[in-house]
Design a protein around this ligand. Structure first.
Ligand SMILES: [Zn+2]
Length: 169
């Protein structure tokens, strides 16, 4: 099921490029964290420019679709003036859920790069692989594990702090 390209399979130069853009996605995740949102961030890169940024805003907007990737995809489509995100790469700190993986297929995103796997909702190879499903009319290549430790640490420290917070009366 898992057809993902692993970080170890890339050249040092390719790895450095993906790490550079993933650092931008981590910056977006920190904005979510500052709002008390689960820290997940994403960027859409077109050629050598970021054309879409997003971070998880589910609690702030009371919108179950306000995931980092959805926000970034919407912004990128506006920037390109097209729902097709051709020649784009999407970087996200956490493996996409079924909704976001579906949106990436719909938007024809050619490549998705993610930081850390999501054992509870990951649909880019962990629970299923919607991005590389051959029965769909479009497939999105996947690279996993870019800055995995940093991406995972964002989430573990967030949930650690949440558990330590005194319970509300
Ligand atoms: Zn999602």
């Amino acid at each position: 099921m898992n057809l993902n390209i692993r970080l170890e399979e890339l050249s040092a130069e390719e790895r450095a490029i993906h790490e550079y853009w993933m650092t931008e996605a981590i910056g977006e995740a920190r904005k979510a964290e500052a709002l008390g949102e689960v820290p997940i961030g994403a960027v859409v890169v077109h050629k050598d420019h970021i054309i879409g940024r997003g971070y998880n805003l589910r609690e702030t907007t009371l919108d179950s679709t306000a995931h980092a990737e959805m926000v970034a995809i919407r912004e990128a489509s506006t920037a390109l003036g097209s729902w097709r995100l051709l020649d784009c790469r999407l970087y996200v700190t956490l493996e996409p859920c079924p909704m976001c993986a579906g949106a990436m297929v719909q938007a024809r995103v050619p490549l998705t790069v993610y930081g850390t796997p999501d054992p509870k909702a990951g649909c880019a190879g962990t629970l299923m692989n919607l991005l590389e499903e051959t029965r769909f009319n479009h497939r999105t290549e996947v690279i996993q594990g870019v800055l995995q430790e940093e991406c995972a640490e964002l989430l573990t420290s967030f949930f650690r702090k949440l558990r330590q917070r005194p319970a509300k009366l």
